[in-house]
Design a protein around this ligand. Structure first.
Ligand code: DAH
Length: 348
């Protein structure tokens, strides 16, 4: 091949190649152009390189120089086009035609929902809400509630003691004393709040958990009031569920009873939720011990009362069929979404 023919061919390769590479509309077209011009096997640049071999020794430097120019230019054009195409793809992704992200609107925690429902039911029965401190003295948490000094609940294994003095309340019952000290009977209060115990965090225990205390003190209050009020509550909260009272023991009540409701999941025939018993324990209760009334400065000859304590987390678990209490403590908003119902509205 003469130098002149080679230069003509080089010119054509450069011109055609530049056009093909610069006008490739997308990644596939660009790749086809690359193979046609810069491909190792049948590309036209490769053919030009082979033609170089047939050039005489004298003309080789000039031909070689031209060949390098053509290859370098087409390589550069390929690189430029490639980044232009990928920029265009990214640009499309950022374009406003993508669906908007959904707005998270927030939802109430299932335990909060249960507490609000309980408070609403008891409000109709004449109860108001009272609160007390999470950090308590030993006297409010135990002594005033008639716990003997050597009671196992005082043990460091159960109670989280604060440095110096005081402790984190192990139940909401100390607020019974605080309420009785502050207000004269008749008293009807609900006391929601956190309780703390040195428990392991497992599927059914947590070291911090919500409790809901109830207290009713007046002249002439009897166990009939306790049973009928709690039955009225259960009928509203659980529907037409049956209840039963089992004798129990608490230092601050006498007599004491635990209340079960028939399992709403199996209807009483026995299932995993009720551990085969057909019943779910929902609260501890009893007639307020005269010593508790006296400790709070109430005349126990004149006044009587009843009280209860329940775990709203447990009630949320059976209401919403939540398999593991730890889910209640996770910050997984998808879970709240499921129970509270999907958040409405989308970002525009
Ligand atoms: N304080 C008890 C506990 O944490 C629950 C309880 C039982 C509260 C009976 C009461 C009651 O007021 O009468 O286990």
């Amino acid at each position: 091949m003469t130098l002149q023919d080679f230069l003509t061919e080089a010119e054509a390769t450069e011109r055609d190649g530049a056009t093909a590479l610069q006008t490739a509309g997308d990644a596939d077209a660009l790749e086809a152009a690359r193979i046609a011009y810069l491909g190792d096997r049948q590309g036209r640049v490769k053919a030009l390189q082979e033609a170089l071999r047939g050039i005489s020794k004298d003309d080789k430097p000039a031909a070689g120089k031209r060949f390098n120019e053509v290859r370098t230019r087409l390589d550069a054009l390929h690189g430029e086009r490639k980044s232009a195409i990928s920029r265009a793809v990214v640009g499309q992704m950022e374009d406003g035609s993508l669906p908007a992200r959904r707005l998270w609107q927030g939802a109430k925690h299932p335990v909060t929902l249960v507490i609000e429902e309980i408070v609403a039911i008891f409000r109709d029965l004449g109860f108001t809400v009272a609160l007390g401190p999470d950090a308590e003295s030993e006297w409010y948490n135990f002594g005033a509630l008639n716990f003997p000094p050597n009671h196992p609940a005082l043990d460091v294994h159960d109670t989280l003691y604060l440095e110096g003095e005081g402790l984190l309340r192990t139940h909401t019952s100390p607020v019974q004393i605080r309420t009785l000290q502050k207000y004269a009977p008749p008293i009807r209060v609900l006391i929601p709040g956190y309780a703390y115990r040195r428990d392991f965090f497992d599927a059914s225990h947590a070291p911090v958990f919500m409790q809901m205390e109830g207290l009713s003190v007046d002249e002439g209050i009897s166990f009939v009031d306790l049973k009928s009020t709690l039955n009225a509550f259960a009928a509203r909260f659980f529907g037409a569920a049956r209840t039963r009272f089992r004798p129990s023991f608490f230092p601050f009540t006498e007599p004491s009873a635990e209340m079960d409701v028939q399992c709403g999941v199996c209807g009483g025939s026995g299932c995993a939720v009720c551990k085969g018993t057909g019943w779910i324990e929902i609260l501890g209760s009893g007639m307020v011990h005269p010593r508790v009334l006296e400790a709070a400065g109430i005349d126990s000859e004149r006044y009587t009362g009843w009280a209860f304590g329940m775990g709203p987390a447990r009630m949320a678990i059976s209401r919403y069929k939540i398999p593991d209490i730890r889910i209640l403590y996770d910050s997984d908003v998808r879970f709240l979404d499921q129970i509270a119902g999907p958040a409405t509205g989308a970002a525009e």
